[in-house]
Write a protein that binds this ligand. Structure first.
Ligand code: B12
Ligand code: SF4
Length: 509
């Protein structure tokens, strides 16, 4: 069967940074379909017309391929099935637009949407008649079964696991019954179907720390047993940690070096180092084979899955910057509100070990959960200021569908369908509690972020200016706004607060 997989354009707010990274999910799906003999193409609308920007009625700007061009390309290929990726709820408008466009181009085309958003809210996604199927969770087996059923002339697979669809006037949702036990059974993501040269040309991967180009992304594991209240990744991968073997990871690295000249890799795993023996083996093999590689972990590694020995090995294997997910400077908040199994006492030795080895460190924090007090939030800011990291990122708690936080908002009667997903961004608070309003939280966070940047600029002026200049060249408008924020007096909001806020009662912990 002829299958077209599409990464929709991005709709971004003025202060969002553009990123262009190969969509690995579509790469895996395409590889599995190709191996089964199907004819597959991938269109990544973001990178296909990276510089095209069009204002949208919702105030955002759409980045990427024009609808007419996309329609022409759909028409050229004449697919029977169009698969659309929707990793982010904030991007669901564009994903629905692409499904609609496919149907307008040819009403006979079937459409399936997959990714974190449809995995969390399949019923909502299927309220749109332009979407025939929603893939719920891990997509490889699901799409294979779907394509084979459609090819046989069936309306849907006999085994519907992992699919949601309209039936009998309602929506049937069939969660994945079994996750792939052996990830090595998957082929390498079909990067040959992606315009890799464009990603390399635009040099716009994840985050501020990229030392060498060509740089690209990889993922070596799936699933996380932790239950952080703000995280939705279990809706896609489940809770069991599964991983590619060392041999398979090295094969993919060597494939990237040999076929694309890749010199740097961004590992996007949620828990790259979770299984220490595997990570130790991966690092040792990179060292033994003298692979000419630098790498980072921009998605954050869990501190409880690190130790000094492993960090040293990572450094020797080419890792020069790690991002750690600390989330809060209050042990109470971590335990009772965020539900993250992290002992804060573990943080300083890990940061010191990295520092001693000359590795850069970024740290992620999330503030503004219902039940957190202003004092808790300030404690987090102080903790971050004194950690000695190169970069501290302060995000505000955002109720993404599929998270415990989202459910808490719904249960409190403060969030109900239809949710305005366009406002779900970790940089713009929408939750208010009796202790603080969303506006106050936004201002506290902005002021803390500005203070952190000023402190870093004083401590390491050359490095700070060099990094700032690089960012300015890449994203002039967003970076100028950030620089302006650095010098705004405390109490002055950096941007107009979002129109809609959620008022939540304090949670008794
Ligand atoms: C890398 C990454 C990014 C990159 C983008 C990468 C890219 N172009 O691919 C960047 C830095 C841009 C990014 C930004 C954000 N991210 Co992010 N990101 C990730 C991360 C860590 C990895 C994505 C990845 O490569 N996964 C690996 C591939 C193999 O998995 P996959 O794409 O999910 O695909 C599988 C299934 O989903 C499914 N599938 C996917 N597409 C399709 C399509 C079809 C047709 C089918 C059948 C199946 C299918 O099958 C695939 C194979 O099994 C995920 C977490 C994670 N571990 O996945 C978060 C994640 C996707 N991000 C998340 C969020 C919240 C954001 C932000 C909104 C944060 C913010 N700033 O507010 C922004 C939004 C950006 C925007 N433009 O709006 C959330 C999404 C939650 C939600 N419902 O919105 C996630 C799930 C993290 C989390 N812990 O909750 N992100
Ligand atoms: S935030 Fe990280 S540690 Fe917590 S559940 Fe998500 S992936 Fe796991």
């Amino acid at each position: 069967m002829r299958v077209l997989l599409i990464q929709p354009p991005y709709d971004l707010h003025a202060d969002d940074e553009r990123q262009a990274m190969p969509p690995l999910g579509l790469g895996y799906i395409a590889a599995v379909l190709e191996r089964a003999g199907h004819e597959v193409r991938i269109i990544d609308c973001v990178v296909e017309d990276f510089r095209r920007v069009v204002p949208r009625p919702d105030g955002r700007r759409r980045h990427g391929l024009d609808g007419n061009d996309l329609a022409r390309r759909i028409d050229d290929f004449r697919p029977s099935l169009v698969g659309v990726s929707c990793l982010f709820s904030a991007q669901s408008v564009a994903a629905h637009d692409v499904c609609r466009l496919a149907k307008e181009t040819n009403p006979g085309i079937r459409t399936v949407m997959g990714g974190a958003h449809p995995s969390a809210v399949p019923e909502e996604v299927l309220a749109d008649p332009a979407v025939d199927f929603a893939a719920v969770g891990e997509g490889e087996l699901t799409i294979l079964r779907l394509v084979e059923a459609l090819e046989r002339g069936q309306d849907r697979p006999t085994d519907p696991a992992g699919l949601a669809f309209r039936a009998d006037g309602g929506v049937e949702v069939h969660r994945v019954s079994e996750y792939l036990a052996d990830l090595d059974a998957l082929p390498l993501p079909a990067r040959h179907l992606l315009p890799m040269d464009r990603y390399f040309r635009y040099r716009s991967p994840h985050g501020a720390y990229v030392k060498r180009h060509p740089c690209t992304n990889m993922i070596t594991s799936r699933g996380c047993p932790a239950r952080c209240s703000f995280c939705s990744i279990h809706t896609v991968w489940g809770r069991k940690f599964r991983w590619h073997s060392t041999g398979r990871v090295i094969e993919e690295i060597e494939h990237l070096i040999d076929n694309y000249g890749v010199r740097e890799i961004q590992f996007e795993d949620d828990n790259l180092t979770m299984h220490k023996p595997r990570m130790t083996e991966i690092c040792q093999t990179i060292i033994d084979r003298r692979l000419e590689l630098t790498w980072t972990t921009p998605n954050g590694v869990a501190i409880w899955a690190l130790n000094e020995h492993l960090i040293e090995l990572m450094r020797r294997a080419g890792c020069y910057h790690i991002t750690i997910a600390v989330e809060s400077g209050s042990q109470e908040v971590l335990k009772k509100i965020i539900n993250k199994p992290l002992d804060l006492q573990r943080v300083p030795p890990i940061v010191n070990a990295c520092r001693k080895l000359g590795m850069g460190v970024s740290a992620f924090f999330v503030v503004g959960f219902p039940g957190e007090t202003k004092a808790d939030i300030e404690r987090t800011f102080e903790f971050a200021m004194n950690m000695g990291v190169d970069q501290a990122c302060f995000f505000t708690a955002t109720p993404y569908p599929g998270t415990a936080l989202f459910q808490q908002c719904v249960d409190a009667g403060m969030l109900s369908a239809p949710v305005d997903y366009t406002q779900l961004r970790v940089g713009r608070p929408i939750i208010s509690t009796p202790d603080w309003t969303a506006e106050e939280l936004g201002e506290m966070t902005r002021a803390a972020q500005a203070r952190f940047y000023r402190q870093t600029a004083m401590r390491r002026p050359v490095r700070f200016l060099a990094a700032g200049l690089k960012k300015l060249l890449r994203e002039p408008a967003v970076t100028s706004r950030k620089v302006r924020d650095m010098f705004l007096p405390v109490g002055r909001p950096a941007a107009a607060p979002p129109k809609r806020t959620i008022a939540l009662p304090v949670v008794q912990s």
